[in-house]
Design a protein around this ligand. Sequence first.
Ligand SMILES: [Zn+2]
Length: 101
Amino acid sequence: MSATAGRNVECPVRWCDETGTHAVHRRYVASVKGGERGAGLVGINIAQRVQPRASVGVELTVTTPWASTAGYLFAAASVPEIAAALTDAAERATELGGTSP
Ligand SMILES: [Zn+2]
């Protein structure tokens, strides 16, 4: 593909939602209003860096109106433990006076 034709070309990786030139293959899974009073968006994606032998992981992104989007790529195997810890922490935070969904 030429550089001029690359912008809207579908990625050859079948599960990837990105088009054109990208450094990370990415499938968007969920977007959640995660912050206090609905501020900010937390994105959950399946992601893989475009490099040889990169593994497919889970990416968490945080987008707010006041800062550039931050992201982190988790190893897929570590995500259940992180999810369980998040749920545990959220239950305790709710008991301590956090907001219920
Ligand atoms: Zn891709």
